[in-house]
Design a protein around this ligand. Structure first.
Ligand code: IVH
Length: 697
């Protein structure tokens, strides 16, 4: 089959062509799904284009073999079933591709022939960058944005209006006094290189999905079901065509672009009118040179016939217009050899494998480091030290490792295994289980959250934050400043900052007053921080405020808590606490098993005294351990207040009456709970009696 796939189209027999068309339909269909629905393509755009081109070439030779499900009849995959569908007023079409200069010459010659233009007649065209994002259609009615849709399969897309509204580039209202009643504009939503890199860094630190390139990131972001998620992603837009309009703003594409700009819609500043094939090819080369520095991905140049009347005469062939073509750039790829795979530790302790390759120029830029993101990626691509690999910058600033050239793998290589030890501090590094999914996170993290130098600033800042030690004046910037000075390495150091008081006062931006204020805030917390805040401050993975409070209430004091955590039965003891599951128990235990953490805690406790947290079962309360039910209207306090007060005295508050109930507190209007109590012979008292009983009357 592989042989058949490589056989030149001109040599195929009819039988072979049938087979090939079937294979290509299936293969292209599969790639379309991966690209359009999952935003996770597995082949390069260039490889995909080759498949499509082969399909078209075979169909051109054997038109009678064209399949009803041929990729040439479809634009993309069906939209995913989760957004409302929108039928486009005018179909959103695709473009034919040109790869060689001669394809561009043929394109212009075809147009001339079709229009019957004479030698010497100039056909005006516009050349503009082909933005590598995703196409959307924006509908304005009386100048107001009312509907945003993705391309989908060209006929029907997804209604992403709410998400489009979050894109700052797109005006909610057209900037014109006399907007046409109906005005649809089409263009590309994309993400800049800088925004893409920053977003992936954030995703990586959160242990969440890394996007392969800005296009996938833009598509994934635009198709978030929660528009708030889209709002948090930095999307941009360029307008490049009209859809259904009650009235076009001009008679040509070029003038329309100028009108769009005036109306507040961003249009690409590089677009340029061209009068000849020579102009077009010159533009192509100019932009190709600028490509790496543009700050966003483009994958070619689009040439469009300028005059709308000529566009109308030229019309369409199946999925694309005769009046436009996309002149694609060759993918910028190169081969190199992996010299070493190293691991870097980020601010939140995530270990990231990076391939150091023999320096190679890809699209005019020297590449020597390629991020492999995480161990699953490494395993999926099976990258090994010594491998020859294909790297690419798909117009990106960020180089990617496309694949390993297996034929060139030297003998004796080993599958790469990420260290299970943090390369910075030597502590255990684990992949935590996500309690929601029960699956391990993709990210492996260093468990030495307290003193790993790679994580220090993030952790110190968290330690001092409002919900933890609440040290005012020790924010992220200050934590970084003190870290750089070598004053802060771990939490215990915070309480030794007094030693640097004189140096601090002398520093720029610090004076007597602000120094005194900070040191004072630290002094106050040395002896006033309760156990729950202490636990939260440690930065134990998965332990947030609620769990910290739960642990504090359960263990009451730091001694008892730590003794239990260091004991062999820690996990069982944690598991027995209502509200703590086995996944969390495991994560907590892993944290305390790390000696670096234990040592850091010892050093910290030399500096501070942790305040005990009251036991839920208060010792002398007459209702401690009793099961109480409140029913009817309470007149002296709210139900929530009554419950909280009872619990603070060690009572258990239940929602219904059973044999286990000790006491029912009934106010006016009590119903079935009161009758149940009477039936079961449970003591019933009034609200006043209850207050007397707990000594608050
Ligand atoms: S014009 C009827 N102009 O390329 C033609 N398309 O393969 C409408 N694209 O779906 C498209 N930049 O997603 C046009 N300057 C540009 C473009 C552009 C990117 C995309 C668009 C379209 C695809 C066609």
């Amino acid at each position: 089959m592989t042989d058949l796939a490589n056989k030149p189209v001109q040599q195929l027999t009819e039988k072979e062509a049938t087979k090939e068309l079937a294979r290509l339909a299936a293969e292209i269909g599969g790639h379309d799904r991966l690209y359009y629905q999952d935003d996770a393509p597995t082949i390069t755009d260039a490889a995909y284009d080759l498949l499509r081109r082969r399909n078209n070439d075979i169909e051109a030779r054997f038109p009678e073999l064209i399949r009803h499900d041929s990729p040439s009849r479809k634009v993309g995959a069906k939209p995913v079933e989760r957004f409302e569908k929108v039928r486009h007023a005018l179909p959103m079409l695709s473009l034919d591709n040109a790869f060689e200069d001669s394809d561009v010459e043929d394109f212009v010659a075809r147009i001339r022939r079709f229009l019957g233009s004479k030698e010497g007649d100039e056909i005006a065209l516009v050349a503009e960058p082909k933005i590598d994002g995703l196409a959307v259609s924006l509908r304005y009615e009386d100048g107001v944005f009312v509907l945003g849709a993705t391309r989908g399969d060209g006929a029907e897309g997804e209604n992403v209006t709410a998400n489009i509204r979050t894109i700052a580039d797109i005006p909610q209202r057209l900037h014109t006094r006399k907007p046409p009643p109906v005005f649809e504009v089409r263009g590309e939503v994309y993400m800049s290189h800088a925004d893409f890199a920053a977003m992936n860094r954030r995703q990586e630190e959160k242990g969440e999905k890394i996007f392969a390139n800005p296009r996938n990131a833009a598509a994934g972001s635009l198709r978030q079901l929660d528009a708030n998620m889209t709002a948090a992603r930095p999307l941009r837009f360029f307008a490049y065509a009209l859809g259904e309009v009650s009235e076009a703003p001009a008679k040509t594409h070029w003038e329309t672009l100028q009108a769009l700009k005036k109306w507040g819609l961003p249009v690409n500043p590089l677009a340029k009118p061209c009068g000849s094939v020579a102009d077009m090819l010159q533009f192509y080369r100019d932009i190709q040179h600028q490509r790496a520095g543009l700050g966003y991905d483009i994958d070619g140049i689009v040439y469009k016939v300028d005059r709308y009347d000529l566009q109308a005469r030229l019309g369409f062939v199946s999925r694309s217009p005769r009046w436009a073509i996309a002149h694609k750039f060759a993918a910028e790829q190169a081969e190199s050899v992996v010299e070493r795979i190293a691991v870097y530790v980020g601010r939140t302790g995530v270990l990231t494998p990076v391939a150091h390759i023999k320096p190679v120029t890809v699209g005019g830029v020297v590449v020597q480091n390629v991020s492999l993101h995480n161990e699953e990626e490494v395993a999926r691509k099976d990258v090994r030290e010594g491998d020859t690999v294909v790297v690419q910058r798909a117009g990106d600033v960020i180089p990617q490792l496309v694949r390993v050239v297996l034929e060139r793998r030297p003998k004796g290589t080993h599958a790469y295994k990420i260290p299970e030890i943090c390369p910075v501090c030597g502590s255990t590094a684990v992949r935590a289980i996500n309690p929601k999914t029960g699956e391990p996170e993709v990210a492996r993290r260093c468990t030495n959250t307290l003193s790993c130098p790679a994580q220090a600033v993030e952790r110190l800042y968290h330690f001092a934050s409002r919900d933890a030690f609440d040290i005012e004046g020790l924010g992220e910037k200050t934590a970084q400043e003190f870290f750089d000075l070598g004053w802060l390495r771990e939490p215990a150091d915070i309480f030794r900052l007094t030693e640097h008081a004189d140096e601090l006062k002398a520093r720029e931006g610090w004076g007597d007053q602000s120094t005194a204020k900070l040191l004072n805030a630290i002094e106050v917390r040395r002896k006033t921080t309760p156990l729950d805040r202490f636990i939260l401050a440690l930065g134990i993975p998965q332990v947030g405020e609620t769990t910290a409070r739960l642990l504090a209430r359960n263990f009451h004091n730091a001694d008892a808590f730590l003794r239990s955590m260091y004991s062999a039965t820690a996990e069982e003891e944690l598991d027995a606490i209502e509200g703590i599951g086995d996944v969390m128990a495991r994560a907590i235990k892993v944290f305390f098993d790390e000696t670096h953490n234990r040592d850091a805690i010892v050093r910290l406790l030399k500096q501070i005294t942790v305040v005990d947290v009251a036991a839920p079962r208060a010792v002398n309360s007459p209702v401690a351990g009793k099961v109480v039910v409140f029913t009817g209207t309470l007149e002296r306090m709210t139900r929530a207040e009554a419950k909280a007060r009872a619990e603070s005295l060690g009572a258990k508050v239940a929602g219904s009456v059973s044999k286990k109930t000790d006491l029912v507190v009934a106010g006016p209007g009590a119903g079935s709970k009161l009758t149940d109590a009477q039936k079961l012979g449970v003591t019933v008292i009034s609200e006043d009696d209850w207050l007397k009983k707990i000594g608050e009357a």
